[in-house]
Design a protein around this ligand. Sequence first.
Ligand SMILES: Cc1cc2nc3c(=O)[nH]c(=O)nc-3n(C[C@H](O)[C@H](O)[C@H](O)COP(=O)(O)OP(=O)(O)OC[C@H]3O[C@@H](n4cnc5c(N)ncnc54)[C@H](O)[C@@H]3O)c2cc1C
Length: 473
Amino acid sequence: MHIDHYAKHSIVIIGGGFAGALTALKLLDRAEVPLSITIIEPRGELGRGVAYSTTEPVHLVNGPAEIFSLYPEESHHLVRWLEENGPANGWQLPADAAMSSPPRYLYGTYVRDELNRAIRQAHARSTFRHIRSAAAKLVSAPHKISVTTADGTSIEADEVVLALGVFQAEPLPREAPVASHFRFAANPWDPAALDRLVDCRELLLIGSSLSMVDAVASMEARGYRGKYRVISRRGQFVEGRRNAEAARDFLADRPLPTTARSLLSAVKAERRAIAAAGGDWQGLPLAIRPYVLPLWQQANDQERLRFGRHLRAFWDVTAHRSAPESNGTVQAVIAKGRLSHEAARLLGLTPCGDRIEAAIRTRRGDERQILDGVINCRGHQLHDWRRIRDPFVESLLDGGEVRPHSTGFGIDATPEGDIISEEGRIHRNLSAIGHPLRGVAWESSSITEQRTQAIALAERILGKITPAVSVAS
Ligand SMILES: Cc1cc2nc3c(=O)[nH]c(=O)nc-3n(C[C@H](O)[C@H](O)[C@H](O)COP(=O)(O)OP(=O)(O)OC[C@H]3O[C@@H](n4cnc5c(N)ncnc54)[C@H](O)[C@@H]3O)c2cc1C
């Protein structure tokens, strides 16, 4: 008797952005048995998704290159890749590549090239294909899942992974009257929409986080020399990243806070202690990050929702900082008196000839301003699956294959990522990675978190494949 016949395990990954491409890469690199992998992704290149499809060199990854290797066991892999491939891809190598923030298009090229390397070096009998379409329907059975794409292709798989990323919110009713106005950029990464704003004298930017930084960098690179009026609901403003050391592990050796309020007071106390010692608060999120998963998973839904309502904006602005170079651009614009920022709420936008009138509620009262152009910088933030207007998401919910997470963030799943159906059944062959797991893990969208998830998911899938025993005659 010998053990050499493996039924070729077929895995379909829906969504070929960062998380989907990385899951495929980890499967191919780790498999000792032949696999049949299919990625369904409408975009032409795998690995890019929303974040790394930009072609603008001023859109940078927000952390230092030294933390974004695809291989945690080879932490210098990305830095070496950049040294070897950056200049040929139009990037001038900085003196300290490890601490630099490379352009996001270049990071996407790294992911794409590494996936291609994994495909070339995979088990000789493994197959890989990219179907350039969107998944439209999925029907699960205990041992097989069938997926149909928008172009009518049908695939049967042993295992399916949802790597759908995050969706952009529909325009709000208050923005709808200008949705098709030529001076309204609904998407801050739409180059054609930004091109139309270059000759404006004043722009309204709605949102003050990393998407706003991208928009300012894009407009400056285009030669825009007018003013920016930035508004945000809470008056937070994204800061530039300093290369601070992680703060002391202040959450270790004590019971973890179980409420949003007790977490906030522990963090505030530590921040005061850091300030008193002359330290940099930017080390604080680095100390908190390893605890995000246990903190989230041990909290009940009431506390998770409290966090979402009251602390999320503070956490986002603390944890997600901009690359120093991008921050430099924003600070230079502020120093010239060209960018103002305040806490204010947009009440409505209406067309006013070739300009746009904005109704804004500020702390001083309500006001109306006629602007040359408006950029929506709220980014891709729609996590509530019940509000996503996407045919595949709607069909997964309508068919009962998935159910929304009880917090309203993403979908319900086990802590490992096995999806839970509407009836409460755990799918053993349908899992998710990244943004759909927001309600399960909270922070599940950054490169480093998705890297950890992709490795764990690949190992779980491969661990299920058992050799078929054949009798040698
Ligand atoms: C602008 C931006 C910048 C960012 N910068 C950073 C950064 O610097 N550092 C960092 O750590 N994180 C960053 N992030 C976080 C980012 O979310 C992750 O790094 C990563 O790109 C997310 O990968 P993903 O695969 O989950 O989503 P995506 O990469 O967006 O991929 C999802 C893919 O699913 C596809 N899809 C959707 N529906 C279907 C369907 N029905 N059928 C088939 N395919 C479908 C989409 O076309 C898309 O390509 C950034 C995010 C954004 C939006």
